[in-house]
Ligand binder design. Structure first.
Ligand code: OVM
Length: 399
């Protein structure tokens, strides 16, 4: 029997606005179609079940990142930007840059930031409690990372808002060259130049993540040319992701008010509440790999050099893995979710993301009686990120 002729196929477009508005029926169809599915529109393979997503994430030797983690195959097309020295690489090269980032973003490093981050979250929530209502996307989920992350990097003041359009471009660039990508990169040049400038040693303070990355030149871990590129990775991956994660958590806690009450009774659950929001909404929805050899997935044969799309969001709601996956439940055991990926490329900033989520949700748990959605939430469409454009919110004070 020729498995290739019977492998499941779908004409779904997972980079269309209709899909982004409601991806869940398509996620379910792709999971149910089989362990691996051909996406006929793009001539690629896709995995949407938890077990297969987990397998692909954990086998970097077969499922390479070095040919790009987007739709574009760097072996066939010129990369849109200089490839990342960490995201778009394989071991052993990958491990050298990764080791530096592991140290810079280590548990010990997080400890030095916690008090500052918690004070910033308290101040922001206090200010928002004085407002009749506000848009929680610009004023909380964007404002908080922009208030703490550039300082942690040691960036110069000014123009820090550029981090948002830059991230939007890069995360769109992992998808096809559709309108979302073209619109995002229309005025890319000045923002790209700005990011490159911010990554230089002389732009960065002496005490931030940026300086710590550049210090790896003196120890021989990075070359002088590599250090700014590794700083660029932080500037790329560190803002839009946490913006989507915080937005996800706020949207979850507003839509599941009983869960917010459980959090209020025990603010120690803030970290768990954030983690469950990362599972439930999966801010980074997709990444690709490229096969380095012929391989079988669930009896289906894939050739060498095939792009494989991993639906992290579908895996995080796979009923084969999760009980009541459509429920936002802050008491759930979320261990194993793939919202931060898994394996050698698992999110290197995940402790920083969790710290940001934890301090914001702790501030809300302590100071706020109820979150009320006071207008129509709107989604922000991006080829990779699932997030919100607008979330009109009112915070009710504790009396
Ligand atoms: C990087 C990079 C960019 C986007 C995402 C990411 C999720 C890393 O430039 O290294 O990780």
């Amino acid at each position: 029997m020729d498995f290739a002729t019977v492998s499941p196929s779908s004409d779904a477009d997972p980079f269309s606005r209709g899909f982004f508005a409601d991806p869940f029926p398509t996620h379910a169809a792709l999971r149910d179609a089989g362990p691996v599915v051909r996406l006929s529109r793009y001539g690629i393979w896709a995995v949407a079940r938890y077990d297969e997503v987990y397998r692909v994430l954990n086998d970097w030797e077969t499922f390479s990142s070095a040919r790009g983690v987007g739709l574009s195959d760097f072996a066939k097309e010129k990369p849109w930007r200089l490839p990342s020295l960490v995201l778009e690489t394989d071991p052993p090269f990958h491990d050298r840059t990764r080791k530096v980032l592991n140290r810079v973003l280590s548990p010990a490093a997080m400890k030095t930031l916690r008090e500052k981050f918690a004070a910033a979250a308290d101040a922001l929530v206090d200010a928002l409690l004085e407002r009749e209502s506000f848009d929680a996307v610009p004023e909380l989920s964007e404002a908080f990372p922009l208030a703490v992350f550039p300082d942690a990097i040691g960036m110069p003041p000014g123009d820090r808002h550029n981090l948002l359009p830059y991230g939007n471009m890069v995360f769109n660039s992992f998808g096809p060259r559709n309108d979302l990508f073209n619109d995002a990169v229309r005025d890319a040049a000045p923002v790209m130049a700005w990011v490159q400038l911010q990554s230089q040693r002389d732009q960065l303070s002496d005490d931030g993540f940026g300086a710590q990355i550049h210090a790896a030149v003196a120890t021989g871990e990075l070359t002088a040319g590599e250090a700014p590129m590794v700083v660029r990775s932080l500037l790329t991956a560190g803002v839009d992701t946490t913006v989507s994660g915080l937005g996800a958590a706020l949207f979850c806690l507003a839509r599941f008010p009983e869960q917010f009450q459980i959090l209020r009774e025990n603010p120690g659950l803030a970290r768990a509440a954030f983690e469950e929001a990362v599972r439930f909404e999966t801010p980074v929805q997709t990444f690709f790999r490229t096969t380095t050899r012929p391989v079988e997935i669930g009896g289906v044969h894939l050739d060498e050099g095939e792009k494989v799309l991993m639906f992290l969001g579908a895996a995080n709601r796979d009923p084969r893995k999760w009980d009541l996956p459509e429920e936002y439940d802050i008491a759930r055991k979320t261990v194993g979710h793939v919202g931060f990926g898994f394996g050698v490329h698992a999110c290197v900033g995940q402790l920083l993301a969790r710290l940001e989520g934890e301090v914001v949700l702790q501030a809300l748990a302590r100071k706020v009686a109820r979150l009320e959605i006071v207008g129509a939430p709107r989604r922000r469409f991006n080829n990779t990120l699932r997030g919100l454009e607008s979330l009109p919110l009112k915070l009710h004070k504790v009396h």
